[in-house]
Design a protein. Structure first.
Length: 289
């Protein structure tokens, strides 16, 4: 349906905004209009930009000055993802991040991909099992996106609507790095499918960076120690060139999205690595994230 946007942004706290859609002109807040414009222009949205039915909880009346509203609203971050190659320590640091935020009185939810829903856990077994059957790269991509779509609708978005911070162990950047760069699927295909499914961007991403040799060594030692993780070692079985492409893709993404993706050195003890992450969390909180 074609939508014609007409707006007069009144900065005296009285937005006069409407959307012309077949003669129906419901009033929209300034935030709703901004998000709608970004959707129409195909600009990726983070979750803070999808509060179309209401404002973020306990924040910013729509009757506030628009410039002040926008400035404060852009600093509102609730959806954080952790990314990195195999063995970079994401799962451990996600748990520590959740515990740290809870100690600070911030309600949060930790989840993961694949496997954040019942559907996702079934998909995870197919995707990661070392005994799994061969599959085409595009089929693998579609399975990951199906898991993400279900995860987003069933877990992530409901939690964010409740005002929780959500921390996800892997998300969309993993697909860009693994299925896109490492498997060779063109970026345009990944992004087109993701847009059709309504996949949103996180507010902040922590990229745990580690040399692939070190990461694989850690991951394979972990699999030797745990039968359950060994059964999900499909990607650890890939050769070093695959993991090098994944790392390079992650770093390239960080270079293109420096405001969202923050690279953290994953070399060191868990305490040393978390101290680097905690500084970021504190910075984001101090900026009213």
């Amino acid at each position: 349906m074609a939508v014609v946007i007409s707006a007069a942004l009144a900065f005296d706290g009285k937005p006069v905004i409407g959307v012309d859609s077949g003669g129906i002109r419901p009033p929209l807040s300034n935030l709703q209009l901004l998000a709608l414009i970004r959707v129409e222009l195909r600009i990726p949205l983070c979750y803070s930009e999808l509060w179309l039915g209401r404002n973020p909880p306990n924040r910013h009346s729509p009757q506030r000055n628009f410039k002040e509203l926008l400035r404060n609203w852009q600093g509102h971050c609730v959806f954080i993802t952790f990314e990195g190659i195999e063995g970079s320590g994401k799962s451990l640091q996600v748990d520590r991040c959740r515990a740290y935020l809870l100690e600070l009185g911030i309600d949060c939810l930790a989840t993961r991909e694949p496997g954040g829903t019942d559907f996702g856990r079934a998909v995870r077994r197919v995707l990661l099992s070392t005994n799994g059957c061969p599959r085409e790269s595009l089929c693998e991509l579609l399975l990951y996106l199906a898991d993400r779509c279900q995860h987003l609708k069933e877990v992530i978005e409901p939690a964010l609507r409740k005002g929780l911070w959500v921390i996800s162990d892997r998300y969309q950047d993993a697909t860009r790095a693994y299925q896109g760069a490492a498997r060779g699927i063109p970026d345009a295909e990944v992004e087109s499918l993701s847009r059709q499914l309504g996949i949103i961007e996180p507010d902040k991403t922590i990229l745990l960076d580690l040399d692939p040799e070190e990461g694989l060594s850690r991951a394979r030692m972990r699999n030797i120690a745990s039968q359950s993780t060994a059964a999900e070692g499909r990607f650890e079985a890939e050769d070093i060139s695959f993991h090098t492409r994944v790392r390079e893709a992650y770093l390239a993404l960080a270079g293109r999205c420096p405001q969202r993706i923050h690279v953290v050195d994953a070399l060191g003890t868990p305490d040393e690595v978390f101290s680097r992450i905690a500084r970021l969390l504190d910075e984001w909180r101090s900026r009213d994230c």
